[in-house]
Ligand binder design. Structure first.
Ligand SMILES: Cc1cc2nc3c(=O)[nH]c(=O)nc-3n(C[C@H](O)[C@H](O)[C@H](O)COP(=O)(O)O)c2cc1C
Length: 185
């Protein structure tokens, strides 16, 4: 299966980038092709209806849509901002939603998160589900969040805790097997 994977953060040292890098390694080891994107590739201004009328949907949003369209599955690592979705991702979903057809419609999406908080980033994943649901994506029900993420990675990008690593492997494998069945229906 071809999987589109990205982290909704622009930070070089992003813990969500680390988590999606690890997720990509796990999925590749399972035999999947992974298109691992840096969100800088989807650079776009804040949504402005006048800008859309004058210039159309910006190239970064068109590129994001193209990459999602080319994939069979979609895994996004999302930081929690103020218990919610980061503006970067909400803005991207808003711009992409001006395209017809919407690339997320009738496509499965797996959300994961890394957070420095003890409780992890699941509070932010709940509201992140809403705009994806609005555009017709099928959100995998489980949410994986890596809590206290700054302490959890080894130098080589693997997880220190084997039990957590097992949970992440299951989180991805189960999502991809459900997606294979979903896409074959
Ligand atoms: C505007 C803003 C709001 C944040 N709100 C939360 C929050 O509600 N919960 C949380 O666990 N961390 C919060 N954080 C901390 C982020 O989880 C932390 O900066 C994390 O490293 C961001 O992800 P990244 O490393 O992938 O960029 C917030 C950070 C910023 C900049």
């Amino acid at each position: 299966m071809k999987v589109f994977a990205t982290a909704a953060s622009l930070r070089k040292a992003s813990i969500n980038r680390k988590l999606i890098n690890l997720a990509a390694d796990i999925m590749r080891a399972e035999g999947h092709e992974v298109d691992l994107a840096d969100f800088h590739e989807f650079d776009m201004p804040i949504y402005d209806g006048d800008l859309q009328d004058a210039e159309g949907v910006p190239a970064g949003a068109v590129e994001l849509a193209r990459r999602v369209n080319e994939a069979d599955a979609c895994v996004i690592s999302v930081p929690e901002y103020n218990f919610s979705i980061p503006g970067l991702l909400k803005n991207a979903i808003d711009w992409v939603s001006r395209l017809d057809p919407n690339p997320f419609t009738d496509r499965t999406v797996r959300l994961i998160s890394a957070s420095p908080a003890r409780v992890g980033g699941n509070r932010g994943l709940w509201p992140t589900r809403i705009p994806f649901e609005c555009v017709g994506a099928w959100l995998y029900p489980g949410m994986f969040s890596l809590a206290q993420a700054f302490q959890e990675f080894n130098e080589d990008g693997t997880l220190k805790d084997p039990a957590l690593n097992e949970r992440l492997v299951f989180a991805l494998k189960d999502y991809l097997s459900v997606t294979a069945a979903f896409n074959a229906r």
